[in-house]
Design a protein around this ligand. Structure first.
Ligand SMILES: [Zn+2]
Length: 235
């Protein structure tokens, strides 16, 4: 399944976590979401978990000076809004759709009911929350310790894991926001990756030319994230 084996996944869409929970189309509401769609703002009561069937959701934290940075990425391997105990709590990060796709919505109350009647299901959701926590922890270390080009390579490779093609609809401005760096810094990083023949950048699209090379250029946080998923949710 995801994300380590996505490279050979025969299934272009579908959510690996939903599949692990044994839930199907009848259990969820599928809503298509365009790029930039805000699933929720900070400080709203979370009552629905969102499982991307395709596309990608970013959890973004803004600071008081108006800047923001992505703190976690959720694609078809997981879900956003899986709260502790599957109970409603106020949101902390903004959840915004970065790569458009179909989003499966499932009420937390329903999910809680399912988890209460099935320990294994509750455990899968606990493990997913731990995977997400590890992603955030890895990201904190990555932001503090690693340089922008390797972080950019990691981010693009992570995005590629969650999508189906080598063309990613990402502007440099957006990439800068995701990495929490200014635009000139991200431009230099993109130029560096392009000069090495790993990506090509044009008008709001990043095309991956050499996926293996890109992964090689990424810091080891890319592999750590994949390993966390594998360890807790299996391949
Ligand atoms: Zn890193």
């Amino acid at each position: 399944m995801f994300p380590m084996n996505l490279r050979s996944s025969p299934k272009p869409t579908g959510n690996a976590l939903l599949a692990r929970l044994g839930l199907g189309a009848a259990d969820v509401d599928v809503v298509p979401a365009v790029r930039g769609h805000v699933l929720w703002e900070p400080d709203v009561q979370l009552e629905t978990a969102v499982f991307p069937l395709s596309g990608m959701v970013s959890l973004v934290v803004s600071t008081e000076d108006g800047r923001s940075a992505e703190v976690a990425t959720v694609g078809r391997e997981g879900a956003a809004g899986v709260t502790p105990g599957l109970r409603p709590v106020p949101s902390f990060a903004r959840a915004v759709v970065q790569i458009p796709g179909d989003m499966a919505h499932l009420d937390l109350a329903r999910l809680r009911e399912l988890a209460q009647s099935n320990d294994a299901l509750g455990e899968v959701l606990d493990h997913w929350r731990e995977v997400l926590l590890r992603q955030v922890m890895q990201g904190a270390a990555c932001n503090a310790l690693h340089e922008t080009p390797e972080r950019a390579a990691r981010w693009i490779a992570m995005t590629r894991d969650r999508t189906d093609g080598d063309d990613l609809p990402l502007t440099q401005e957006f990439l800068a926001e995701m990495l929490g760096v200014n635009r000139p810094t991200v431009t230099l990083a993109a130029q560096d990756l392009a000069a090495r023949g790993l990506i090509e950048y044009r008008r709001g699209t990043i095309r991956i030319l050499d996926r293996d090379g890109l992964e090689g250029a990424a810091c080891d946080c890319l592999r750590a994230g994949r390993a966390a998923y594998r360890q807790l949710l299996g391949a």
